[in-house]
Design a protein around this ligand. Structure first.
Ligand code: 5GP
Length: 190
């Protein structure tokens, strides 16, 4: 941790579990938190903007930055590369800010080794079938993309016992409240 006051929250869990929605609510409710913008080699979805939703990088540029040691963690997910740039995290910690990383499970494990003081939270579905419904409801992904993500999600679910904090997303309002409570407790906020 750069100066001892900022905290890193890693929010992980299978694609389609609703991490994005819960994090959106969390950021509104806990203004002390900032969201880290990840880098990826996947193509932007409709409405996504470079530098806001992701830093969209070409594969060669992503690899160059891996070689340069620019990533705190990085992983391949459903055929694309994703990673957290150290600068995204260090800049905020230096300023005493706390931040949220929304990342998949392999990245979560890497952050746990690199920063044992990070708070890792696993968002779990009430049942695996709920993931299919969510992923299929997301009109932005193709059939093949959904199938790849579902296979990965099954593997990711097996990682749940590795995480000390688990929030089950059965009811989005309840899950958002639970996530907020957990984060406030770690930040020693009321
Ligand atoms: P999507 O393509 O749906 O935006 O993201 C696919 C998966 O990649 C999600 O599980 C998301 O949390 C994860 N992801 C996004 N950014 C990062 C990152 O910087 N590192 C890692 N390891 N995973 C990420």
């Amino acid at each position: 941790m750069a100066d001892g006051s900022g905290r890193v929250f890693v929010i992980t869990g299978p694609s389609g579990v609703g991490k994005g929605t819960l994090i959106g609510k969390l950021l509104k409710r806990v203004p002390e938190l900032e969201l880290s913008t990840s880098a990826t080699t996947r193509s932007p979805r409709e409405g996504e903007r470079d530098g806001r939703d992701y830093h969209f990088l070409g594969t060669a540029e992503f690899e160059r930055r891996v070689e340069a040691g620019d990533f705190l963690e990085h992983a391949i997910y459903a055929g694309n590369r994703y990673g957290t740039l150290r600068e995204e995290v260090e800049r905020r910690l230096r300023a005493g800010r706390s931040l949220v990383l929304e990342i998949e499970v392999q990245g979560g494990r890497q952050v746990r080794s690199a920063m044992p003081e990070a708070v890792l939270i696993f968002i779990a579905p009430p049942e695996p079938a709920a993931l299919r419904a969510r992923l299929e409801g997301r009109a932005t992904d193709s059939e093949a993309e959904i199938a790849k993500r579902l296979r990965t999600a099954e593997l990711e679910l097996e990682a749940q016992p590795e995480f000390s904090h688990v929030v089950v997303n059965d009811d989005v309002q309840k899950a958002a409240a639970e996530l907020e409570r957990l984060v406030r407790e770690q930040l020693s906020l009321q």
